[in-house]
Design a protein around this ligand. Structure first.
Ligand code: 4NP
Length: 146
């Protein structure tokens, strides 16, 4: 699960996805395309909306995406078009490019929807992000956990 800072959107996506998959069968992680928040816990507003929904993301630490992630993971879900371009630019070949998916494409395949960056807004933005990612991670679970 990938966003820009790995403190707002992708920590929520990681927490949600983790809560829906069997940990003995799947590996879930998140990262940022930037290293601006390296080592930091998620944004308080992300921690709050997750907690309200019974998910604890407070122990996560921001890290930057590395090329090795393309080898380790089968899917690299990005939150928006800007993340998509940044991540595609790090892929080594066609096979790695195919792993990169805009997460809302799982819900609305033809609409090219972004999960909007909530950083500069209020708590409503985080509620909205949570709702979108809850939908998307439900469908990802159905797709991969057969
Ligand atoms: P995220 O949100 O990419 O969802 O973690 C952001 C967090 C921090 C900044 C931008 C987006 N920032 O500019 O510091």
């Amino acid at each position: 699960m990938i966003c820009l800072g790995n403190i707002c959107r992708s920590p929520l996506a990681e927490g949600l996805m983790r809560s829906k998959l069997n940990f003995t069968k799947f590996m879930v992680d998140s990262a940022g395309t930037s290293n601006g928040h390296k080592g930091q816990a998620p944004d308080k507003r992300s921690i709050a909306v997750a907690r309200k929904n019974g998910i604890d993301i407070s122990q996560q630490k921001s890290r930057q995406l590395v090329k090795r992630d393309f080898k380790v993971y089968d899917y690299l879900y990005v939150m928006d078009g800007s993340n998509y371009l940044d991540v595609i630019a790090m892929a080594s070949d066609e096979e790695e490019m195919k792993k990169v998916i805009k997460i809302m494409d799982e819900v609305f395949p033809d609409e090219n929807l972004d999960v909007p960056d909530p950083y500069y807004g209020g708590s409503q933005g985080f509620e909205n992000v949570y709702r979108m990612l809850d939908q998307a991670t439900d469908l990802i679970r159905k797709k991969i956990d057969k």
